[in-house]
Design a binder for this molecule. Structure first.
Ligand SMILES: [Cu+2]
Length: 159
């Protein structure tokens, strides 16, 4: 019952928000997301890296999140999740499993790095060359929220 109420309020609040957040929901569709609600207006972003940057390795990556909190994987707490880094693969929803990536648990491999301890930064050893990075927030079971929370995909070049 509590869960239903929370979702109703969340949906109403969400409907009243403007701009890119609402556009994101239309683009990806409400059915293609996990069951854990995200907080309206949540933003996930790279704190210290800009799209198109050229830098020397190893690459420090600081994860930004506003509107929700970070909690370790397995933690049942409203409006929280843990960071994931997608490396050198298409944007979430455009990978091997298409839009179903939004309602399934993220794989764990070199291209899908989980920060299940609640980490908010990491240092990556990336080979010289061009790489893409995207942050994705996911719930205690590693499933993206509804609506999903993720950063833009950035491309960086490591010298
Ligand atoms: Cu995870």
């Amino acid at each position: 019952m509590k869960n239903t109420f929370t979702r109703t309020v969340s949906a109403a609040t969400f409907a009243s928000t403007l701009g890119a957040f609402a556009l994101g929901a239309i683009t990806f569709g409400p059915a293609l997301a996990g069951e854990t609600p995200s907080a309206p207006g949540t933003l996930q972003y790279f704190v210290n890296l800009e799209d198109g940057a050229t830098l020397k390795g190893p690459v420090k990556v600081i994860f930004g999140l506003s509107g929700m909190g970070v909690a370790p994987a397995g933690t049942e707490k409203e409006n929280t999740g843990h960071h994931h880094l997608l490396v050198d693969r298409p944007a979430l929803g455009e990978g091997e499993h298409g839009p179903h990536e939004f309602d399934a648990n993220l794989p764990a491999d070199d291209q899908h790095i989980h920060y299940g301890g609640g980490q908010t930064e990491t240092t990556l050893e990336l080979a010289p060359g061009t790489h893409t990075l995207q942050l994705v927030l996911a719930d205690k079971d590693h499933i993206p929220h509804n609506p999903p929370v993720f950063s833009e995909v950035i491309t960086i070049t490591v010298e």
